[in-house]
Design a protein around this ligand. Structure first.
Ligand SMILES: Cc1ncc(COP(=O)(O)O)c(C=O)c1O
Length: 384
């Protein structure tokens, strides 16, 4: 299968200038999906129309899976309908039951998927510097009913994968990483998606790589990956044989086509996001805001989180940015251990509560104009 040729930075800049003309007047959102030139998509649409093959393991889906594996240098990857179904299917494939130790500082989909699969989330506090599950606090939470750890590489910063692997091996626990924010992250010489028993990712419109809605499960065990393929397709093994209970987690040909179009531009999208993140990191005054700690070798460019000194300052900064037409999001607030339908315990997790009360994500996307980053950074520095 031929890998689509990548576009150059010059092509990309010209295209972005064209699309920008349309919405110069609008306010700046916290994120903005990348859209390929519409002609690229129309080409795929024509092929899909000609074949009249819209879903069910079609050729566009197969091509997307093959190209993603090549691009990410991964052995196995099963594309599904979204990043939430990816987590649910991963929990099923690993036969996880009982208690799951997890992070409360993530998007709700990580925790709600655990409850949806009739497991009990046991929330573990996070580290104050990288905002990921604290490996020093996992062991105290393990009991006879614990079967798994589900952790998120939050904002694309790698969890303590070696420590977590060591703990999981000692207690015979499964590990799933929610790597929804980590499409472009490499760690230890390989894609961050290659860690854990399984990793999951979201290809939602807001993510670095998008298929509008979509996601994938990644793993290293071929038999497990085969089970995943049954799980995402009603348990079908051929037309009349059903291997097990499954769900409809298939991605359509139209979504897969969007993925192939976007993959053609992904290197440039990632470079442009990184360039903007570097600029923020240069311009933000670290005596006023604290930045997420990431290992030196890691570049993560899906989000631009800043930690303010307290919630009052956060609200002031949020307000001033809004008055200047800049969108922000309190990722992740509220902390999930405080949601009564996710846990019935009065758990107190002081680090999570503190971080969640004063973290704010600033606008970051591949065609965000540099002037805006300068203005946003000034406003933050001045008001933090
Ligand atoms: C950490 C995390 N996990 C899971 C999801 C859910 O992915 P999807 O929207 O593709 O279902 C998201 C966000 O969308 C997320 O940020």
């Amino acid at each position: 299968m031929k890998l689509i040729t990548q576009v150059t930075l010059a092509d990309f800049s010209q295209y972005i200038t064209m699309t920008k003309e349309v919405d110069k007047q609008k306010s700046i959102p916290v994120t903005r999906p990348f859209l390929p030139p519409i002609e690229d998509y129309q080409e795929y649409l024509q092929q899909i129309w000609d074949r009249a093959w819209l879903t069910n393991n079609g050729p566009v889906l197969l091509q997307l899976e093959a190209e993603l594996k090549t691009y990410l240098k991964l052995q196995h990857l099963a594309v599904v309908s979204n990043g939430t179904v990816a987590i649910q299917i991963a929990i099923r494939a690993l036969n996880i039951r009982g208690k799951v130790i997890t992070t409360p500082f993530t998007y709700i989909a990580t925790s709600s998927s655990i409850v949806w699969e009739h497991c009990q989330p046991v929330f573990c506090d996070i580290c104050a510097d990288d905002f990921n599950i604290d490996p020093d606090k996992i062991e105290d939470l393990i009991d006879a009913d614990t079967t798994a750890i589900i952790a998120t590489h939050v904002f694309g910063a790698p969890c303590a994968v070696d420590r977590i692997h060591e703990i999981a091996s000692r207690y015979d626990l499964k590990v799933i990483y929610d790597a929804a924010h980590a499409f472009d992250v490499t760690y230890g010489g390989k894609s961050l998606l290659g860690y854990g028993d399984l990793s999951t990712i979201s290809f939602h419109a807001t993510k670095t790589f998008n298929t509008v809605e979509g996601g994938a499960v990644i793993g290293n065990n071929p038999e497990l990956m085969e089970q995943l393929r049954y799980l995402r397709n009603f348990g079908h093994h051929g037309p009349y044989v059903f291997e097990r209970v499954g769900i409809n987690g298939k991605m359509s040909e139209l979504h897969a086509a969007m993925g192939l179009c976007n993959l053609k531009y992904i290197d440039t999208v990632i470079d442009e996001r990184k360039r903007r993140k570097h600029l923020y990191l240069q311009l933000l005054d670290t005596s006023k805001v604290t930045l997420q700690r990431v290992p030196q070798e890691v570049e993560n460019s899906t989000y631009m989180p800043v930690l303010l000194k307290d919630e009052k300052t956060l609200k002031e900064v949020e307000h001033i940015l809004a008055n200047n037409h800049y969108g922000t999001r309190r990722y992740f607030y509220p902390p999930l251990h405080q949601l009564p339908f996710l846990t019935d315990e009065k758990t107190q997790l002081s680090v999570t509560e503190d971080i969640s009360s004063r973290i704010l994500c600033l606008p970051l996307y591949s065609d965000l104009e540099i002037d805006h980053i300068e203005k946003i950074s000034k406003l933050v520095n001045h008001n933090a």
